[in-house]
Ligand binder design. Sequence first.
Ligand SMILES: NC(=O)c1ccc[n+]([C@@H]2O[C@H](COP(=O)([O-])OP(=O)(O)OC[C@H]3O[C@@H](n4cnc5c(N)ncnc54)[C@H](O)[C@@H]3O)[C@@H](O)[C@H]2O)c1
Length: 399
Amino acid sequence: MSQNQQSKLNNQQSPIKVGVIGAGTMGSGIAQVAATAGCEVKVYDAQPDALLQAETGLDRILSRLVEKGKLNESQKDQIQSNIQYVHSLGELGETQLVIEAIVENLEVKQKVFKELETLVGPTCILASNTSSLSIASIASALQNPERCLGIHFFNPAPLMRLVEVIPAIQTSPEVTELASNTIKNWGKTVALAKDTPGFIVNRVARPFYGEALRIYEEGIADVATIDWSMKNDGGFRMGPFELMDFIGNDVNYTVTETVFKAFYYDPRYKPSFTQKRLSEAGWLGRKTGKGYYDYADGADKMQPQTGVNTEKLIFERILVMLINEAADALFWGIASARDIDNAMTLGVNYPKGLLAWADEKGIGWCVQTLDALYDQYREDRYRCSPLLRTMLQNKKTFF
Ligand SMILES: NC(=O)c1ccc[n+]([C@@H]2O[C@H](COP(=O)([O-])OP(=O)(O)OC[C@H]3O[C@@H](n4cnc5c(N)ncnc54)[C@H](O)[C@@H]3O)[C@@H](O)[C@H]2O)c1
C-alpha cells in the first residue's frame, strides 16, 4: 500500500473513488452512503435493468429526503452526480475500494473477484458484503488475498449505523485499518468481527427467532403472544414472528440453516420445521401477503393473550438464550464486548446491548436460568457459556 494511498484513505478531506458491484438492495444503499460522504462512486451490475432501477430508486429516496427537509436540492444533485452507473467491470479500474454486493454464491463471487483483480490497481481494497460466506474462501480467489476483507452493511444501508468489518486470515492489518477508517468516515459505527459463520449479528440474533419458534412448537404460547411478550416486556420494536415475516421466512430460514451447517450442526442453531413448512408453502411473510400473520386487506389481526403468566417466562427464556449467545461470542473472541453490544443495538435495533443486559439482570440470574433450562431439557442447546460461569465464580461483570 503506497504512502499516498494510505493518506488518501485516511483523510476525509480527499474522498476516495469507490466501486460497487451489484445494484440491488444492498449495492444501491451502499452507493448512496459512499456518495453522501462525498466519494465518487461507480456502480456496476450485470443486469442493465438493475442499474436503471437503482438510479430511479435513488432519485425517489433523495426526493423524499428533500421533501422532509433533510437534504436541500443542491445536496441531492451533488449526491446524484457523485454516482455513475457503468456497464462494464473494467470501468472500476481507477477505484481505491470496491465493495461487492452481488448474489450470495461463492463460485460467482470468486469469479468476479478474480476478474476484478486484473482490472484494478495493486493497492485497491476488495471487499465483500456477504452475509454468510467465509471471507477466507472469497479472498482465496485472489493473487493478493491480503487486500480482501468483509465489509458487511445492514439493510437499509443508509439508515443502519452498524457495519461489520471482517478480516480474513489472509487480510493484512493495514487493509483492515484503512477500510475501517473509511467506513467510520462515512458516518458508520464499525464492529470488528472474526471470520466465523454469521459474523456477530447473524450469529448472536439466532435465538431471537429459534427460541421463539421452539416456544411456539412446544405449545407454550401462540405467535401473537410471543411477539407481544418480547415487545411489552423486552422493549423490542418487533416480535420475532413479525420480524421473520418482515425479513421473509425463506431468507431467515436459509440464514439459520447456513449458520447451523457452518457450525457443524451445533444444536443451538437448529432450524425449525415450522419455518421450513411456511417457506415451502410460499408463506414467506409480508412479501407474499401471508406468513405467521395474514396481511390480506381486512384480515383479522391475531390478538395476543395478555395478562397470562407465561409472558415473563417467554421473554426471559428468549433473552437468556440471546445473552448466552452474546457471551459465547465474546468467549470465542469473535468480537469485543463493546462491539458485540453495538452490533445488536445498531445492526438490528435491540433496545439494549445483550452484555449490558446480562449485567443488569445479574450474571447469577443468567447462569441459573440457563441451568434450569438445561436441567429441564437435557439438550446441549441450553448449555451455559463457560464465560458466564467463570464470571459468576469471579464475581465479574461485562462492563
Ligand atoms: N438483503 C439484505 O438484507 C442483505 C443484508 C446484508 C448483506 N447482504 C448480502 O449482500 C449481497 C447482495 O444482496 P442483495 O439483497 O442486495 O441482493 P439483490 O438480489 O437485491 O441484488 C444483487 C444484484 O447483483 C447483481 N448480480 C448478480 N450477479 C452478478 C454478477 N456476476 N456481476 C454483477 N452483478 C451481478 C444482480 O443483477 C442484482 O442486481 C449478498 O451477498 C447478500 O448476502 C444482503
